[in-house]
Design a protein around this ligand. Sequence first.
Ligand SMILES: Cc1cc2nc3c(=O)[nH]c(=O)nc-3n(C[C@H](O)[C@H](O)[C@H](O)COP(=O)(O)OP(=O)(O)OC[C@H]3O[C@@H](n4cnc5c(N)ncnc54)[C@H](O)[C@@H]3O)c2cc1C
Length: 430
Amino acid sequence: MKIGIIGAGFGGMAAAYDLRKAGHEVTVFEAAGFVGGLASGFKEPYWDWSVEKFYHHWFASDKHMLGLIEELGLSDGVIFPRPYTVLLYKGKWYPFDSILKALLFPGLGFGLNKIRFGLVGLYLRLTNNWKPFERVTVEEWMRKWAGKKVYEQMWQPLVIGKFGPHYKDVNMAWMWARLKARTTRLGTFKGGFQAFADRFAEILRGQGVEIRLGAKVESIKRKQAGLSVRSEVGVESFDQVLVTTSPNLMAKLCPELPESYLKGLLELKSMGAVVMVVSLKHQLSEQGYYWFSLPKGEGFPFLALVEHTNFVSPEHFGGDHILYAGDYLVPGHEYFSLSDDELLERFAPAFKRINPKFELDWVKKVWVFKTNYAQPVPLVNHSKNIPSIETPVDGLYFASMSQVYPWDRGTNFAVEIGRRAARLMIEKTV
Ligand SMILES: Cc1cc2nc3c(=O)[nH]c(=O)nc-3n(C[C@H](O)[C@H](O)[C@H](O)COP(=O)(O)OP(=O)(O)OC[C@H]3O[C@@H](n4cnc5c(N)ncnc54)[C@H](O)[C@@H]3O)c2cc1C
């Protein structure tokens, strides 16, 4: 069978790996000039390692990704350093990377709230029955079971930060999945995620997969037999096609999809993201904190502040200290249209709140990355609205971040859904 895959992110590459192993002829079309998709990275000429455009790490529980890396024989490249995650309370930072650590957080006071926080956290971690959670919102469930104080102090800032105006509509299964699947230990790949993506692409090419970079697909059309893919590099026919882009783009690429499937794609909600990467002459957090949880109410101009070189050594970046400052935003938010300098002007005063010694002349270089599709928003009863991987168009498949539910999006689940799509496609050919 001749199979086309749209997108060389981890979902598309994982699918290509299994489809090729099953003996199919696989061509991957990638619009960008590189592989890795949302998890791709970049590098200054004097850096040994690349840096992800959007902060990335793995959890020790990311079994699909870590399993694939093992199959590829690349486990030697995986490292799990021990970074520190902290939460701000009354001007001080407190450890916040496990339920146990969070229990020591003074914001909850002593007594009942702490017990409720601990019990709710433990229950969510232990139960596997997520289905009832999707019928209620995080807001309703947490207010009822964790209580007003615990919800508003610990969980509400997280949902507001991630989902902005949609935060009251997010279902509780999302929160369950987050607590269930995440670990204190965080991992990465020696050389950065881009180094891993490049090694993966090299292995795929070695096995005979054709990966075409700079090949943006413009449309997918039904033919009498199979599907025709029009890209910047021409028109080509395939027996099966897997699309791994956003739902919106999928709808544009294949308007021949039946009305009900198209409507399902277009009704899915998601948040975009704007992330600034800054290389600094000096370390920002002298305490060595990696991940700063910043409640929206604290007045920071971004949600996430991540000092990457408090996770991996600045030695890999020629001594530069790498900082991320970013936010999940509704498409059309003004941050999407600000220039890099304007955004730095907004963000830089906040760096001083982390380290009062910070001065603008610490900044060596700034990069800003923007995407309209960063975080799907799972509403109540979301499972009923997920588009099927096998579309109603014969031979056309779709696998995206919006379908990994109840799990939160991540490279681990991109691999899982890519491989699940490949299995469905292989089953159809036998
Ligand atoms: C801010 C942020 C932080 C994140 N943090 C983490 C993290 O810490 N850990 C983690 O594991 N995950 C994280 N993720 C999520 C992770 O990046 C994604 O879940 C994963 O990369 C999705 O892979 P994918 O293959 O499904 O999609 P993508 O990576 O989006 O791949 C789709 C590919 O399709 C290509 N494409 C689009 N249109 C076309 C076209 N018309 N023709 C051809 N090609 C096209 C794109 O260029 C892209 O390469 C984060 C994401 C963001 C935005």
